[in-house]
Ligand binder design. Structure first.
Ligand SMILES: O=P(O)(O)OC[C@H]1O[C@H](OP(=O)(O)OP(=O)(O)O)[C@H](O)[C@@H]1O
Ligand SMILES: Nc1ncnc2[nH]cnc12
Length: 182
């Protein structure tokens, strides 16, 4: 289901731009104002529900931390399970992990080794609030596929298309951004 121009504007206008955060030259896309706006949050979740109800997904995997908010809500709407992909050292059971590059340095995310094992060849949607360089989402898609499941799509509320994240991630899986920022 496609978003109408009016719906897109409602979502777009609810996202707050914070200039020079966390460092000069960066425009931080603040989604707390979207969450705080019941009309915008409702329009967004309704759109995601209608888009993904035909995908026959088995799980939604949300990326730590802002991907949890949208992912857990969507999983509940679709009547499927939610899997948290967390920053290193947070998950209590046995994990598999993947390192990825940040603008400066490296980071690592993890998922429980049995997170998708209840369903053979589970179909998984990875979700996060935003894709920038794509390092985080790429590592998340790798983890899903290494778990014996299949990352069928990565979904973002905001795609920064002036960076190469979306282009690079498309070599691995399908990519969908609700709002594209050029
Ligand atoms: O495409 P990339 O360059 O990898 O950047 C995107 C990631 O950066 C942000 O999370 P962050 O790591 O800041 O963590 P947070 O959600 O805990 O604030 C954002 O929520 C994505 O997960
Ligand atoms: N510009 C940005 N706004 C919000 N979160 C981000 N994560 C990486 N880049 C970001």
């Amino acid at each position: 289901m496609t978003l109408s121009q009016t719906e897109r504007k409602i979502i777009e206008n609810s996202i707050r731009d914070i200039k020079d955060f966390p460092q000069p030259g960066i425009v931080f896309k603040d989604i707390t104002t979207l969450l705080n706006d019941k009309e915008a949050y409702g329009v967004l979740m309704n759109h995601l529900y209608h888009r993904y109800k035909e995908y026959n997904l088995d799980y939604i995997a949300g990326i730590d931390a802002r991907g949890f908010i949208f992912g857990a809500a969507l999983a509940q709407m679709l009547g499927i399970g939610f899997v948290p992909i967390r920053k290193k050292g947070k998950l209590p059971y046995t994990t598999i992990s993947e390192k990825y590059s940040l603008e400066y340095g490296v980071d690592e995310i993890e998922v429980h080794i049995d997170a998708f094992s209840a369903q053979k060849d589970a179909k998984v949607l990875v979700i996060d609030d935003l894709i920038a360089t794509g390092g985080t989402a790429n590592a998340a898609a790798t983890l899903v596929n290494q778990s014996g499941a299949q990352c069928v799509e990565c979904c973002f509320i905001i795609g920064l298309s002036f960076l190469d994240g979306v282009k690079n991630l498309k070599e691995k899986t399908q990519v969908y951004s609700v709002i594209e920022v050029n």
